[in-house]
Design a protein around this ligand. Structure first.
Ligand code: F3S
Length: 109
């Protein structure tokens, strides 16, 4: 089992989550973060930190977000997706994107 970053992180990338992760399992892409399922210990401390409510335990993912299980696993191993361990400035317009539907189309790999 693992925790999963879901669609509402895209174009927001607030990064509050990475500051609390005890095992540094977040990986960063251009406009999205993922959790490396091989590193995540299911501690759940990142869930309440996300202002976009984008992080779920795998078994709690809303049905329409299930594709993000594989997406997190794939992107965690993708070239260019590097470990991020310190909070940084969110994406420009993060607050405007927070909660918008259909953000998967905006994902930059
Ligand atoms: Fe994304 Fe939320 Fe972390 S928006 S970068 S999962 S704090």
């Amino acid at each position: 089992m693992t925790h999963v970053v879901s669609e509402n992180c895209i174009q927001c990338k607030y990064t509050d989550c990475v500051d609390v992760c005890p095992v540094d399992c977040f990986r960063e892409g251009p406009n999205f973060l993922v959790i490396d399922p091989d590193e995540c210990i299911d501690c759940a401390v990142c869930i309440p930190e996300c202002p976009a409510n984008a992080i779920f335990a795998e078994e709690d993912l809303p049905p329409e977000q299930l594709a993000f299980i594989k997406l997190n696993a794939d992107l965690a191993r993708a070239n260019g997706w590097k470990s991020i361990t310190k909070r940084k400035t969110p994406m420009a317009d993060a607050d405007a994107w927070n909660g918008k539907p259909g953000k998967l189309a905006q994902l930059v790999r």
